[in-house]
Every structure is written in C-alpha cells, then in structure tokens.
Design a protein around this ligand. Sequence first.
Ligand SMILES: Cc1cc2nc3c(=O)[nH]c(=O)nc-3n(C[C@H](O)[C@H](O)[C@H](O)COP(=O)(O)OP(=O)(O)OC[C@H]3O[C@@H](n4cnc5c(N)ncnc54)[C@H](O)[C@@H]3O)c2cc1C
Length: 385
Amino acid sequence: MTETADLAPIREAVRALCANFPGEYWRRLDRERAYPEEFVAALTKAGFLAALIPEEYGGSGLTMTAAAAIMEEIQASGCNGAPCHAQMYTMGTVLRHGSAEQKKRYLPGIARGELRLQAFGVTEPTSGTDTLSLRTTATRDGDHYVVNGQKIWTSRAEHSDLMLLLARTTPREQAKSRTAGLSVFILDMRAAKNKGLTIRPIRTMMNHATTEVFFEDVRVPADNLVGVEGEGFRYILSGMNAERILIAAECIGDAKWFIDKAASYARERVVFGRPIGQNQGVQFPIARSYIGMRAAELMVREAAALYETGKDCGAEANMAKHLAAESSWAAADMCLQTHGGFGFAEEFDIERKFRETRLYTVAPISTNLILSYIAEHVLGLPRSY
Ligand SMILES: Cc1cc2nc3c(=O)[nH]c(=O)nc-3n(C[C@H](O)[C@H](O)[C@H](O)COP(=O)(O)OP(=O)(O)OC[C@H]3O[C@@H](n4cnc5c(N)ncnc54)[C@H](O)[C@@H]3O)c2cc1C
C-alpha cells in the first residue's frame, strides 16, 4: 500500500517545523521534566493539531491518513508528539456525539488552539484496564452533575483547559446492561480548579506530563454531558480507533528514527579497522528492524484507510497499534545495542527516545488486551476476562 504523493508537502512542512526543535531542546525539557510549550505552540499555529477538525469548525478537515503522517513525521524528526497528540483526537468524541451547541461552543476554539482539550480522564487506580469497574461518580443535582472520585495517568491535565471525563451515572447493579451507566462529560478544568478539582503530577521514567486527578464535589453543568446519559462507554470506545491509529503512526516515526540513527552510526563507526555495519551481526538486526517497521506501516495505512471510509476498523486499528509499538520498541533496543556505550549517553538522544517509545506497548492499551480483542472479536475464541 503506497502512500499517495499529495502528502509529501505536509510531511515536508512538519519536518521543517521540527528542525527548529533539535535534540538539545528535548534533552533540556527531559532533564527538567518541563512541558514543550514552544513546540506545541508552533504545531498549533501551523494548524497541524487541528488536522481532524472539519473546516466548518475552523479546522483543516484532513484525512486520518494525513493526520497519521503528521504524527509520524514529528517522531521521525526526533521530536515527541505525546505532549499534544491528544489535542488532535480527543475532540472526536465531541464531534461525533456532542450536540450542535457543544460543537459550536468548543470546536472552533480547539481548532484555533485557544482551548486545549487534551486531557482524557478514563483510567482509575483501582480499575486499571477494567474500565467498566471505574468508581468515579457523577450524580445529578438540578442543572448540574456532582463528580466525586479519582483518575490516574490523566496526561497533560496541567496543560489542558478541558477534560473529557468518563464517570458512572448509574450504579453498576442498577444499569440496564454490562456496558451501560457510564457517561462522558466535557469538564472545564479552569472553572473546577479550587472548586474540588486537584491535579498532582506523577514523575515517570520519561517526560510525559502525566498526573493523578482528584474530584471532590466538582460541579459540572448538565449541558456538558456528551450525548445520552449512560451511553458514555460506547462513545469512548468509538474514539479509541483514532487514538490507536495515530499512536501507531507515532511508533512508526520512532522506528524510522531509530533505524536511521543505527544505520548511519553503523556506516561510520570503525572498530577493528572496518565499519561496524560491515559485520552481519550488526547489519542484520538493523535490516530486521526495517522489515518489521515496513510491515507495521502497511497495517497502519490499512487501518487509516478503513477509518476514512467509515467502516469498522477495530481489528486493524488494534493490530496496527500492536505491530507498530512492538516494532518501535524492537528498533529502540537494536539502536541502543548498535551504538554500544554511546547509546547510553544523553547527547545521542537514543536513551531518551528509548524511554519514550517504551510506553506504547502499555498505553493507551496494553499488548495483552489487544491480543484478547483479536482472540475474541476476530477469531471467535471465548472471552477470557
Ligand atoms: C505515561 C502514561 C500515560 C497515560 N495516559 C493516560 C491518559 O491520558 N488517560 C487515561 O485514561 N489513561 C492513561 N494511561 C493509562 C493507560 O491507558 C493504562 O496504564 C493502561 O491501559 C494499562 O492499565 P493499568 O496501568 O491499570 O494496568 P492493569 O490494568 O493493572 O494491568 C497490568 C498488567 O496486567 C495485564 N492484564 C490486566 N488484565 C488482563 C487480562 N484480563 N488478561 C491479560 N492480561 C491482563 C495488562 O495487560 C498489564 O500488562 C496512561 C498510562 C501511562 C503509563
């Protein structure tokens, strides 16, 4: 599956922008665990983060394939899209399931970058992957809902105005089905801070601006309920394919960066009087990584193409994310090995990218859960959990 040529200008434009944010920029932020404000502002100004917002709301109205190319190029340039990738896709839930009034109220501001909707509050400390067991509640009180509970790993919450929040509105035992009783809200965090909302950063092995969030009687206007009360789980699931495809594209970009770095180094580094890349023990792992990356890339393109036609792409989006995350991690390991001791030195950026790309076999969904999905939904095997 070859990409059409019309994406070349977008790819070039992303690369040109990323060239202004070289390794030393990311290294400094990594050391300080600081947010890449300038990088995010530049991507926003160029309109890249509004790629998937339709033109009628001020976005660029691009395809999923184009959006994936943007994310891939960011990673292939050595930059990191994680601090802002959710600005691209979290709005999809509002776009697909929000009311006309909500779309008018939020999407143009998100498209301009004046409003950041890049916090996604699903995971909780006690439920983990078992989303249906989440305990955060939203209880109706007049024209508001009152939210109580806790989320964890709510990335970018400190750098977002709005949060897409999943909370239980009907107790599990009273819900009409296994998946009913959860609802999605657009939570305005600016209004909620100091009114029951507390955000605490979690320091992680990479610079990821992730947090835990506590809700104590946080009041959310009933107008901010997305779609129908109790149907929220379905709305969240429908947004996950976009997330998986875009993150898979980021992994492809990472893999390309690692492969390029390794091949260049293997051509230049001379030990025992010859380039290390002349040894099959060094060149074969690079070739193997390249083959794995290209295969994963085809699945990412297939998933994006299916997504665009509006067909069910659940299996392809999951497989793309799985193959791409495994491929970027294998390439990271290979690249570090190819560099020997220098792979561990900060100034080569490999150890930083190695830590960053490691995330994607765990989040936004872990490998085992993808395998379970394919086993159950594609192969018809019994549900294992
Ligand atoms: C840096 C970071 C950023 C994140 N950002 C966000 C965010 O913005 N918003 C958000 O909502 N969440 C976010 N997450 C959460 C992420 O989606 C979860 O960490 C991930 O889905 C795994 O859930 P868990 O950590 O609770 O693991 P658990 O559910 O506790 O699972 C632990 C391990 O057990 C395995 N496992 C569990 N159940 C089964 C089973 N039935 N069969 C086989 N294996 C099983 C899992 O695959 C995993 O390997 C983030 C996480 C990280 C680390």
